[in-house]
Design a protein around this ligand. Structure first.
Ligand code: GTP
Ligand code: MG
Length: 204
């Protein structure tokens, strides 16, 4: 099944309530959320841009993971491309780290009929120490969903800087840390592995 665009949600009333496991993509504007979705599904379905702040809605894509073993068939899932944070505004504290729509997306009162199976928080591998990312992560920890950190654009770093960044992120974040280059296709299998594990586990 090719991945397909389902809808753009502007508020909680637009969120699909189908029980399909959802993988949420969060992170600063321009960090590479839409590009990662395209790389994972090997299709250009999500709009990407060199100019930050393009994705202002929650965009839902229906996808199926590439399954090496037919016996481990898993349900289809949604990738949810959430609005980026931290563009052209300063002074983020923990509550303002995310757009209102992102906060609604994770709010328990909107979760009826929805299964947020996991959250990929994307962090630019060149900037592992940004306070907005730390504030966003703190906020996500209170949310009922597993989180993994994904360092993006690792092709922009040399080997030793890649290792340095990964060390810094693992020290800073109390969640699994993965690294990807959507441009080169590096690290995508590990991201799929994480997603498959999340999608397999029962909704609580
Ligand atoms: P918003 O929609 O504004 O929140 O941004 P986004 O997080 O969706 O970023 P997007 O995927 O549009 O990517 C932003 C820019 O980063 C684009 O110019 C991409 O080509 C570039 N980019 C994304 N991933 C990579 C990567 O792995 N390597 C390199 N070199 N560039 C990347
Ligand atoms: Mg985007």
């Amino acid at each position: 099944m090719p991945a397909q665009f389902i809808l753009s949600a502007a508020s909680a009333s637009d969120f699909p309530r189908t029980g399909v496991p959802e993988i949420a993509m969060v992170g600063r504007s321009n960090v590479g959320k839409s590009t990662l979705i395209n790389a994972l599904v090997k299709q250009k379905i999500a709009r990407t841009s060199a100019a930050p702040g393009k994705t202002r809605l929650a965009n839902y894509y229906l996808v199926e993971s590439p399954i090496p073993n037919p016996k481990s068939q898993i349900p289809k899932l949604y990738f949810v491309d959430l609005p980026g944070y931290g563009y052209a505004r300063g002074g983020y504290d923990s509550v303002e780290a995310f757009e209102q729509l992102t906060q609604q997306y994770f709010d328990p009162s909107t979760r009826q009929g929805r299964h947020v199976a996991g959250v990929l928080q994307l962090v630019d591998s060149r900037h592992p120490d940004l306070p907005q990312d730390a504030a966003g992560y703190e906020w996500l920890l209170a949310v009922q969903a597993p989180v993994a950190i994904v360092a993006t654009k690792i092709d922009k770093l040399n080997r030793s800087d890649q290792a340095k960044t990964l060390r810094a992120l693992k020290e800073k974040y109390d969640s699994p840390v993965l690294a990807v280059s959507a441009a080169k296709g590096d690290g995508l299998d590990e991201v799929w592995k994480m997603i498959r594990n999340w999608a397999r586990s029962d909704p609580s």
